[in-house]
Design a protein around this ligand. Structure first.
Ligand SMILES: Cc1cc2nc3c(=O)[nH]c(=O)nc-3n(C[C@H](O)[C@H](O)[C@H](O)COP(=O)(O)OP(=O)(O)OC[C@H]3O[C@@H](n4cnc5c(N)ncnc54)[C@H](O)[C@@H]3O)c2cc1C
Length: 390
């Protein structure tokens, strides 16, 4: 039986999609990250899975120096429903208008993340917004190939590892395939997200079924996200960032995967034809570009990306950003995230049965008090530098 164990495995699902025996199922490991599980009875040792792994694939022909833009969708309603500038919608609408298919991440009936295909604008809305949890790609890589061979235009969006997985799975360039990868500082574990849902239901006394969670609700300011939880009774529960142990553990790199902190896919050239992210540092670059409703950063990484962008450029407000300014605040374009110093401790607490809130409290308070005191004594600019470094 093939051994697929590898700390760097991102759980993209390419191996599961390629297996001729359907012997590989993506299952959560103890920390809650999807990993391949091989059924020894069915495995014929053909090694197709090992050969297809994106960790062994290096043939990215995209630009080493992409064109970088700040971008805002002119349609404010769409932008407010999206996580940053609402650019994903514009690219997708363009593909759908040409009778194409769009693949992206949605919540399933159990409020877990998965990738699906859609050919309708109404269903596209379910893909809006960042769901900060590792998404299950299911059989979508196989579906993509079928649509491509049928001559359909296909747009697939996902994290860089998922896009690398799909590229590696397909093994050849298709003119009718468009890839969008996200700037990604890591994906949180599915286990910690389940714990979060449980804790929120208890705290807010939610007894109905949850049908939507928006982790980047733009109630006030795009930069100060609220999480909103909607139930079957149409009740909306608002969770401010200060009470959100899940988002805190994500943004401070506690609950992201081992593969994320050693991510090979956050690099140039990028794997997607287009890369989309939040324009972090927009205020430092030019305050005028930040109306508090969401500003995206776009990287155009290939000729195909250029063509796709040409089709939508009149529907958004754009401005070119010099490479260095863009990278300064968006390091994940070129490198993987640093783990929180207390990430191991955090997962140890989670695995020992402590709640998410408790695990965060124990990890957050782990700096020795003398260090905390020294930190407090520093002027603000030194504090800022230390914070960024940590
Ligand atoms: C796990 C994760 C980490 C991210 N980290 C950063 C970061 O560090 N810096 C940064 O600048 N931007 C990051 N982003 C991207 C950012 O949050 C926005 O998704 C991006 O700017 C696109 O915004 P939009 O307004 O164009 O479209 P939106 O409508 O907000 O974007 C939706 C798109 O995101 C995809 N998506 C949503 N959830 C997932 C998921 N779990 N897995 C895969 N794809 C998903 C959908 O398929 C769709 O394509 C991250 C996104 C995710 C999902």
């Amino acid at each position: 039986m093939v051994d697929l164990e590898n700390d760097l495995c991102s759980g993209c699902g390419a191996c599961s999609n390629i297996c001729p025996q359907c012997a590989i199922e993506m299952k959560e490991d103890e920390k809650g990250f999807l990993k391949p599980n091989v059924d020894g009875e069915q495995c014929t040792d053909c090694h197709a899975c090992k050969n297809i792994c994106p960790l062994n694939y290096n043939e990215v022909k995209n630009f080493n120096t992409p064109l970088i833009l700040s971008a805002i969708n002119n349609n404010e309603q769409i932008r407010l429903k999206s996580s940053s500038g609402g650019l994903f919608y514009l690219f997708s609408k363009n593909i759908l208008s040409e009778n194409g298919v769009v693949f992206g991440c949605v919540w399933d009936e159990n409020m877990q993340t998965k990738h699906i295909a859609t050919q309708s604008l109404t269903e596209l809305e379910k893909m809006f917004c960042s769901k900060y949890v590792q998404s299950h790609t299911k059989n979508t890589f196989k579906e993509v190939r079928e649509f491509l061979l049928a001559g359909k235009k296909v747009l697939y969006s996902g994290t860089p590892c998922q896009i690398a997985g799909l590229k590696s799975f397909l093994r050849k360039e298709y003119d009718n395939l468009y890839l969008i990868d996200l700037i990604c500082h890591g994906v949180p574990s599915r286990k910690t997200f389940e714990m979060f849902k449980g804790e929120i239901c208890k705290e807010k006394n939610i007894t109905e079924k949850i049908i939507n969670i928006n982790m980047r609700s733009k109630i006030t300011d795009w930069g100060k996200p609220f999480t909103t939880v909607v139930s079957t009774e149409n009740n909306e529960y608002v969770i401010p960032f200060e009470q959100n142990s899940f988002l805190e553990s994500f943004l401070h790199n506690f609950n992201i995967g081992d593969s994320c902190i050693n991510c090979k896919f956050n690099s140039l050239p990028r794997y997607g034809d287009i890369t989309v992210g939040d324009f972090c540092g927009v205020d430092e670059f030019d305050k005028e570009l930040n109306d508090k409703k969401g500003t995206s950063i776009l990287l155009i990484n290939s000729e195909k990306g250029k063509n796709l962008f040409e089709d939508i450029k009149n529907d958004c407000l754009i401005r070119e950003i010099p490479f260095d300014s863009a990278i300064k605040f968006n390091q994940n374009v070129v490198t993987s995230s640093k783990p929180n110093l207390f990430r191991d401790k955090f997962f140890k607490n989670i695995l020992s049965g402590k709640s998410l809130k408790e695990s965060m409290a124990l990890s957050r308070n782990n700096y020795p008090s003398v260090l905390k005191m020294l930190f407090k004594m520093q002027p603000q600019f030194v504090k800022d530098i230390i914070k960024r470094f940590i």
